[in-house]
Design a protein around this ligand. Structure first.
Ligand code: NAI
Ligand code: MG
Length: 355
């Protein structure tokens, strides 16, 4: 098989999902002709769009198609139209299920600042210079998935991790660190929490044995929360468990300014991953052509780099985007004189083709 023919599944979803997905298609088209790879996109249903068509927020056909692909691209799901549905039939259910069905245990949120965007962050600009943190959050274990109990006024949530669960996400973090600055800070609360002690032991072993060139440090989560604001530029890869990662990644997103700028990836074993903007379906602005596509385009760059190994294309897209920022190509969520989705897409494509 041709190594440079990539089959992916796209699930555009609802609201601004299909709008930012359209931008992604245009940009992928330009990249594939410039860098000589083929991309075959199988569009499938998820969320409210899937409920309307089939009655199910995640049809079996969608899951089957995803299992067969190198990567999945997701727009966003949800909207007021489906809010009255019972829980099992809500669009957001499709999102949780696709993550668990595909075994996506490693969630990545890159936090990269840019001088043009410093003014949109509540953090002082001099602290934002050079920030480039990759947050690696374990996504399918820990307290969110542990046994839950309720007896009257007493409630219990179990936080459980196995060495295998920690090992596989640590390997992904090690692999990423090798492509970056080769430094991992593992965040826990090992002075009081037993699973945290296991995290320290296992990460020491995996990084020590399999990634000897990567330096590994440990930090308590309370200190990490402070350091993310006081010296964010000191981090390279931040590796942590599910609950701490949920909180720290939202905290870190404030370094960048807008939801419309944040990409994410969720990886399974091997190179398979699901890529999506962090934002939701933004029903308040859907259908107006003004959605910010940068989060989606940055998600595409992550897909090209991590799942498709089209590194040159990924680098080119990343720099086309940052060139746009430097040139002030910004959307309405950021500045009152901002431009629409298509104008951003065209600006990115122009920088990719040198036209
Ligand atoms: P949201 O992220 O959709 O919107 C929050 C605010 O940010 C809104 O004011 C919106 O206009 C703005 N915004 C978001 N993305 C934007 C973009 N690309 N460009 C410009 N502005 C943007 O979160 P919200 O309002 O809490 O949820 C709306 C719906 O989306 C709900 O049904 C929710 O369940 C769903 N949702 C879906 C997610 C997903 O598909 N991964 C994640 C979060 C929420
Ligand atoms: Mg969250």
């Amino acid at each position: 098989a041709d190594n440079h023919q990539h089959r992916i599944v796209a699930v555009p979803g609802d609201g601004v999902g299909p709008e930012v997905y359209a931008s992604a298609c245009t940009v992928l088209d330009v990249l594939s002709s410039r860098f000589g790879f083929g991309i075959d996109i199988d569009e499938q249903l998820i969320g409210g769009a899937a409920i309307d068509a089939t009655g199910n927020p995640l049809p079996d056909e969608t899951v089957a198609a995803c299992r067969d692909a190198k990567a999945v691209l997701l727009g966003a799901v949800g909207g007021p139209k489906w809010d009255a549905q019972p829980r099992e039939l809500r669009p957001e259910r499709g999102l949780l299920r696709i993550r668990s069905e595909l075994g996506l245990y490693c969630n990545l949120r890159p936090i990269v600042t840019h001088p043009t965007l410093h003014r949109f962050s509540p953090v002082r600009p001099e602290r934002l210079d050079g920030v480039n943190v990759m947050i690696v959050r374990e996504l399918t274990g820990g307290i969110y998935f542990g046994e839950k109990r309720r007896e009257g006024d007493v409630a219990e949530d179990v936080c459980r991790y196995t060495a295998d669960e920690i090992t596989r996400v640590t390997r992904q973090a090690g692999r990423l660190a090798m492509q970056r600055d080769r430094r991992i800070v593992q965040v826990d609360k090992s002075n009081v929490i037993e699973t945290s002690r296991l995290w320290r032991e296992v990460t020491e072993r995996v990084i020590g044995e399999e990634f000897p060139e990567v330096s590994l440090e440990h930090l308590y989560v309370d200190a990490a929360a402070m350091h993310l604001l006081s010296k964010p530029a000191s981090f390279d890869v931040m590796l942590t468990e599910n609950l701490f990662g949920d909180i720290l990644s939202d905290e870190a997103s404030m370094l960048c300014g807008s939801m419309g700028l944040l990409p994410s990836a969720s990886l399974a074993d091997g190179d398979f991953g699901l890529y999506e903007p962090v934002h939701g379906s933004a029903p308040d602005i859907a259908g107006q052509g003004i959605a910010n596509p940068y989060a989606m385009l940055l998600s595409i760059a992550m897909m090209l780099r991590l799942s498709l190994h089209e590194t040159e294309a990924a680098d080119a897209l990343d720099s086309a985007i940052t060139d746009c920022w430097s040139d002030g190509v910004l959307t309405l969520d950021l500045v009152p004189e901002g431009v629409g989705t298509e104008a951003v897409t065209e600006a990115v494509c122009r920088r990719l083709t040198g036209a």
